[in-house]
Structures are given as C-alpha cells and as structure tokens.
Design a protein around this ligand. Structure first.
Ligand code: PEP
Ligand code: MG
Length: 598
C-alpha cells in the first residue's frame, strides 16, 4: 500500500492573515492543502531533585554546554533565514540575535548558575526558576513592548531546557489525522513515530534534502519542504496552508485563486500517480531487452506494502536502524529476529538485503548515545561498521538475528561505511563464529551462509574497490554518503544543501569505476543511494553497465517507466559523452536532453 496523501478538506474560509509564500528545499514532491499542526515541544516535567555538593561543578558545565547548544541552534536558524531575503526573514534574524543576546551575557545564565551553587538545584530546575522570575517581572510592566519580552524569555528558556534534557515530550503524538506538521526540525526518529495517515505533509525550518528525514518523507510519499526558516513564525495551529513539496513552496493564508489552482494541480499529481500504477506488473527491461532489477529501500516496516505494491522485485537496502529508534534499550537477538523474520517472510522468497546497524553521524539511537555523540565530528566518527566492530556484542546479536531470519527466505547481509578490507575480514570472522554458535545451540540456519557485502559509500572504498572485492560477496553503492564525503558537503546541513551535487564528475567517476571493478570481478553490484530513484539518472547508470537499482518505493514506477524507453547501447554512448564533461550543470543539461529525446 502506498501511503496515500489523505484527502484534505478544502475549505472556503481562509486564514485571516496576509497571504505569504515561503520557500525552502523541495525535499519530497506532491501537493497538499490542509491545516497546520504546529509542533510545540513543551517541557512537561521538570525534575526537582537536588544535587550533591560534589555534582555542582558538573551541573554548571552541563548548563554551559546547554547554552552553547542553544546558541548554535539559534545561529543556524538565523543563517537559514538570511538566505530567504524577505522582510519576515529579516525580522526573524533580529529576533534570533536578541535570543542569542539573552543567552550570552545574561541574567538568565548567571541566575541559573547561582541557584545551582547556592541551592543545589539541578540545571533544568534552576533555569526554570530563573525564567519564571524574569518573565513575571517583565509581564508586570506597563510598557506593552517590554511586557511582550516575557514571552521571549520563556521561549529562550524552554529551548535551553530542551537542550539540557536532551529530549522532548511526545507533543507530536497529538497531531490529528491528516495534519501538516510545522516544526523547527524533525528527526528520523520523530518520523518513525507517526501513524499512517497522521501526517500528510511537513515543513521544517532546518534540515537538508539528502538527510534521513527527507529520505523517509520520500519513502513514505509524504510531501515535505525543509530548510524554510520563516516557517517558525507566522503559522498557528489550524491555519490553512498549501505545500508544494516538489517546488519547495509553502503558501500561508492562501487566496481562493491559490486554492483553486492547487486543487487542480493536486488532482493532476494524483492522476499521474494512478497512471503509473499500470506499470506495476510489466517487466522492468530496456527496449533492447536488458532486464534490470528494481529493488526497494526500506526504512520502516510500514513501507514494505508500498514496495510490493509498486512492483519491487526485492529489498536492496533494509536500513536496520528502525529497530533501535525510539527505544532507550538495545533490542536483543530475539527481538531483532522477530522483526526481521517478519519482513523476510512477507517478501515471500524475494531477496532481502539487510544492512547491519548504521547508527552514528546523523542517525542516532538513544541507547547508544553516549558512545556516538561524544566525537567532535560525528559524520567522521565512530559510526557504521566501525561502531559495530568496536562493540562486537552488538554485531554478534545482529548477525545472529539475520542468520536466523534468513531461513525464511532469500537474504543478503550488507555492512555500512566499510573503508578497508580488514573490516570485511574481521566482520566475516565474527559472522562465521556466530553461525557456528547458532548451529551448536541448535538454531536452524541455512547450510550456505547468506552473502556478505560492502556498502561503497566512502571515497577510499570506491577508489580501492578492487581490494574490498577480495572479501566482499557483493557491493551496494551508497551515493548519499559517497557524495557527502567526496565533496565534503554535510548532507543534512541546509546551509550547504545547494552544493550537494551527485553529478559532480568526481562522484560520477567513482560510481562508474566501482561498477567496472565489480563487473570485472563478477561481483553483483547495485546503487542504493537516492540517485537510484531519480529517473533522470537512469540512462547514466544503465550506460555504466549497472543492472540493479534500489530506491524509495515511491520512485520504483517512475524509474521503470524511464528505463523501458531506453536502449542500453544508446545509454552507454551517452554515458561516455557525459564522462568527458567537467561541469555538472552541463552534465545535467545533457541528461535532460537525452531523456527528452529517448
Ligand atoms: C547512502 O549513503 O547512499 C546510503 C544508501 O546509506 P544511508 O542513506 O542510509 O546513509
Ligand atoms: Mg550511507
């Protein structure tokens, strides 16, 4: 089942506010007209437990770390708003400055510190008391401007408390069915909490179009606009709002003409999706008869139905992180086995590529937080296979669960963030030892172990793919991280989102060369990054000799439509021409031309 955009009530009565168009990054296409649900991450419970004298220093440090994190968030919002160039964003910039000021040389921080030292309050409690005191003073003032500052001080204080607590309440659980979520930021773990149909679209002030929140939105078929800084002010819960996820546009207080126009565009969008559905059961082969495997990437089990409905012939990337999200404990072997076995069974013999845990970087798990957020640069830190090898008990439980689940169908095991062959070799030793242990304990597992493959998503791995081939049964090219690390562009950072360019010749050369190595060594190879789901790039991949693409379920039919019109020899010729280019804008134009003609 494709998660359908729930039909929104299109009401005649618009917001009383002034019509405003806000632009951000079009992270997931589609049009929705609906009512806003503004995520208000209030703190519901402040612990009043006093601290001991010994803990005072640590608590003061915690306070200052929280202040630093809050300032960092505010600076990011300010920088994001400065790129929007509207009066509203200018105003937002001033406000962020004022908030930063309140946190730097402030009574708030000094007051809280005093309370920690003198009354042994914990940092959150101390901040909450100081805010109450300052806000009360302001709100009692005659001058309405100064009285309004009480709201600001509360706002800043709440942000600080959220940073200190490190978590939020479950406010989003209250979003009514069919909501358009408006939030400063939404994490992948937040996304995993929504019920089907609860969310029809979302807009955030922060976030890049290649981060996991965006990927999840695309997978679930939920239109999304990210990095729209102006959204944090000026929208109230229940306001009517239009989202155009493809163009990255948000219309507040839409006019009647807007509503008419977008209702039509929404109908066209839904009709186009309907039409594509007729391709579900036709073969995915090129005009000259080359069969291409189209697999699905799965982030959450809920997407499985969409994968099957859109004709996926396998799962090319099962991101196992979902089993670790929103849990404050590590799931054991049995719990993981149950979840994985269910997916493998539902795929009914179709191949399922299960990736071991890729926590770290932007993907966090509460139970592993201490190990992974401590590094100064998480994207370059202890993540993926590095973390798994550092904590072998974690990998052992994963391998055991996967091996047991593999009895129910056709499974492959994929290791993320591999950089050298020793990681493969070490992981394989653990894999085989786990298999031996399972057999000894009487757990049935297949006689021949499922293939063990490597993600190629770090430039070093791509450049030395021939060395990795010595101990890898297959390759899966992750173009998201490969682009991030090749170009040194953080895939989640809205400030550099415009520079995230998978068509950069350096990225394309790496992809082409890995495919070549794999073909020479007769190792199966697929592309499973977001590029695989973009129909514009299909001729390039086919031209490189790739025969397996794995993508978000929503893109399967678009890609199939594209490849059925292609001739593989023409594509090869075109790919060779593209690889002679040095400018990615020109490459994009050439691909557009080719797609128009082919
Ligand atoms: C990738 O990096 O391209 C990939 C598929 O892995 P993820 O997006 O989960 O990091
Ligand atoms: Mg990756």
């Amino acid at each position: 089942m494709q998660v359908p955009p729930t039909d929104q009530t299109v009401s005649d009565e618009n917001n009383s506010g002034v019509r405003r168009v806000i632009t951000g990054l079009g992270a997931s296409g589609g049009i929705v007209i609906g009512r806003a649900f503004v995520l208000d991450r209030q703190i519901v419970h402040v612990s009043r437990k006093p601290i001991s004298q010994d803990a005072v220093q640590a608590e003061c440090k915690r306070l200052h770390d929280g202040v630093a994190e809050s300032i960092d968030q505010l600076k990011r919002l300010k920088s994001q708003s400065s790129s929007a160039e509207s009066a509203a964003s200018e105003e937002l910039g001033f406000l962020m400055d004022a908030y930063i000021h309140m946190l730097t040389q402030s009574r708030l921080v000094r007051g809280a510190e005093e309370l920690i030292v003198s009354r042994k309050l914990n940092a959150v409690h101390a901040v909450s008391e100081v805010i109450d005191a300052i806000a009360e003073q302001f709100s009692g003032m005659e001058d309405s401007y100064l009285a309004a500052r009480a709201t600001d001080i509360r706002e800043v204080g709440l942000r600080l408390m959220r940073c200190l607590i490190g978590e939020t309440d479950r406010a989003m659980d209250n979003a009514p069915q069919g909501s358009i979520l408006i939030a400063e930021d939404v994490s992948p773990a937040d996304m995993a909490r929504f019920e089907p149909g609860q969310l029809t679209a979302f807009v955030t002030a922060l976030g890049g179009a290649e981060g996991h929140t965006a990927i999840m939105a695309r997978s679930l078929g939920i239109p999304a606009v990210l990095g729209a800084a102006d959204i944090v002010r000026g929208v109230a819960g229940g306001d009517q709002i239009i989202i155009d996820g493809g163009r990255g546009e948000v219309i507040l207080s839409p006019s009647d003409a807007d509503i008419e126009h977008y209702t039509q565009r929404r109908a066209d969008w839904l009709a186009a999706r309907e039409k594509l559905a007729s391709l579900r059961d036709v073969p995915s082969s090129t005009r000259d008869g080359i069969d291409i495997d189209l697999h699905a990437n799965i982030e959450l089990p809920i997407e499985l139905a969409a994968a099957l409905e859109n004709g996926a012939t396998g799962i090319g990337l099962l991101r196992s992180e979902f089993m670790f999200m929103n849990k404050d404990y590590l799931p054991d072997e049995d719990e993981q086995y149950e979840e994985l076995a269910d997916i493998v069974k539902r795929m009914d013999g179709k191949p399922v590529t299960i990736r071991t845990l890729d926590i770290g970087g932007e993907k966090l798990a509460v139970a592993l937080q201490d190990e992974i957020v401590s590094g100064p640069n998480p994207a370059l830190g202890l993540r993926g296979i590095r973390l798994s090898l550092r904590k072998p008990e974690l990998l052992e439980a994963q391998f055991a669960a996967i091996l047991r689940a593999s009895l129910h169908g056709s499974v492959r095991v994929l290791l993320p963030m591999v950089v050298n062959v020793h990681e493969m070799t070490r992981a394989r030793q653990i894999y085989e030892a786990v298999a031996k242990r399972l057999r000894k304990d009487g757990h049935p597992i297949p006689e021949t172990l499922p293939p063990l493959g490597a993600m190629i998503e770090i430039p070093a791995a791509a450049l030395a793919a021939d060395t990795l081939a010595r101990d890898s049964d297959f390759f899966a090219i992750g173009t998201n991280d490969l682009t991030q690390y090749t170009l040194a562009i953080d895939r989640t950072d809205d400030q550099v989102a415009g520079m995230f360019d998978p068509l950069h010749p350096a990225v394309l050369r790496l992809i082409r060369d890995v495919i070549k190595v794999a073909r020479e060594r007769d190792i199966p190879v697929s592309v499973c990054g977001e590029m695989a789901g973009d129909p514009r790039y299909v001729p390039l991949f086919i031209g490189f000799g790739l025969r397996n693409l794995s993508m978000s379920p929503v893109n399967l039919l678009l890609v199939k439509q594209r490849l059925r019109r292609l001739d593989s020899r023409n594509s090869e010729h075109q790919a060779n021409r593209v690889m002679e280019q040095w400018d990615s804008a020109r490459i994009a134009m050439m691909l557009d031309d080719f797609n128009d003609l082919a």
